[in-house]
Design a protein around this ligand. Structure first.
Ligand code: ADP
Length: 316
């Protein structure tokens, strides 16, 4: 099968622990936590025992080691993560506002995360890859774009598969170029993992049913729509639909739920599980992750997710 590979930004995240509209209000801040949506995704893949590898870069600093140590512990192959001698590890600051929304301050453009490129190590890994996963947020990072383009072409030409989580962040550059690349990526995807309005944005049409139909016409074969505490829905191009209720949990930190959900879903499918079983693990992974502070601190191993499923109620 070859490993699942994710290409994109590796960051540390600093999280505000109280709700407030400004960072000075939302004190104290805690961290650094290992982060970056692609890194959270691949961490969950590794924790579940899937073959997983990451392509990206960190600085030669403690923030970088927070990530590489963590991914290594999770069983992720980190041989294609480069260590930039000149630029620091990227960072993100997140705060939760009084109206329930959340926003990020990103420090990526002048970090190692924005400076990696194609290398012998990346080429060797992509040559062995059976499945590539791309987060839309990575398309805002020029260096990642180039690596993603090449990797998608190679993996798809060899008969490998591609999954895409739109993960569109308003704080990252969403210009015409990003839009164009996003559309190209969606057209090449086998599995799409949108949340909320990203579904319609990916399809370029309004209305859930129309968007699903359009995406299947474009060649996508599976769509899993994430609805936060509302659960998730699986759609297959053959017409199947499965609604997966969410688990009932006390949400502490919503960041990373979708990434853990996606990593668990994909890994379970690649390990041969049915969509229904994969959805259960994915819903458990997303729900468990929101109960812990930090973007990937709640990502679970298979025994942890089994215990979570056995002990947690689902919404009716
Ligand atoms: P994203 O982070 O990509 O926006 P979601 O917030 O929809 O994704 O979360 C992904 C999945 O994680 C949901 O479909 C759900 O199964 C689970 N999840 C997220 N938040 C909660 C929550 N508060 N309670 C229970 N499950 C949750």
């Amino acid at each position: 099968l070859g490993p699942t590979v994710c290409v994109g930004e590796i960051l540390v995240e600093i999280v505000a622990t109280t709700v407030g509209n400004g960072f000075l209000e939302a004190q104290p801040l805690v961290g650094p936590f290992a982060s970056g949506a692609p890194a959270i995704f691949i961490s969950q893949c590794g924790r579940l025992g899937g073959q997983a590898a990451m392509v990206g870069a960190v600085g030669d600093d403690d923030f970088g080691r927070v990530n590489t140590d963590r991914l290594k512990r999770d069983g992720v192959d980190i041989s294609a993560i480069s260590i930039d001698p000149d630029y620091p590890t990227g960072s993100a600051f997140v705060r939760y506002r009084k109206d329930g929304s959340r926003d990020f301050v990103y420090n990526i453009a002048t970090s190692a995360a924005a400076r990696f490129g194609w290398s012998r190590g990346v080429a060797d890994l992509i040559d062995r890859t059976g499945h590539l996963h791309v987060m839309g947020s990575a398309l805002s990072v020029p260096s990642a774009r180039a690596v993603i383009d090449k990797a998608v072409d190679i993996v798809k030409a060899r008969g490998g598969t591609l999954s895409v989580d739109p993960n569109l962040r308003k704080e990252l550059k969403l210009d015409e170029e990003t839009d164009r690349r996003f559309a190209k990526l969606v057209a090449a995807a086998d599995l799409l993992l949108p949340s909320g309005e990203e579904l319609e944005r990916a399809a370029g049409v309004e209305g859930e049913a129309k968007a699903i139909r359009r995406l299947f016409e474009m060649g996508v074969t599976e769509i899993v729509l994430k609805r936060g505490a509302g659960g998730a829905t699986y759609f297959a191009s053959g017409g199947d639909r499965i609604d997966a209720p969410a688990f009932v949990v006390q949400e502490v930190d919503p960041t990373g739920a979708g990434d853990c959900f996606g990593g668990a879903y994909l890994t379970c499918r690649r390990l041969g599980m049915s969509p229904k079983q994969a959805l259960t693990y994915a819903s458990a992974a997303g729900a468990r992750n929101v109960t812990v502070l930090g973007p990937m601190e709640g990502a679970g191993t298979r025994p942890e997710l089994d215990a979570f499923v056995a002990s947690t109620e689902r919404r009716p």
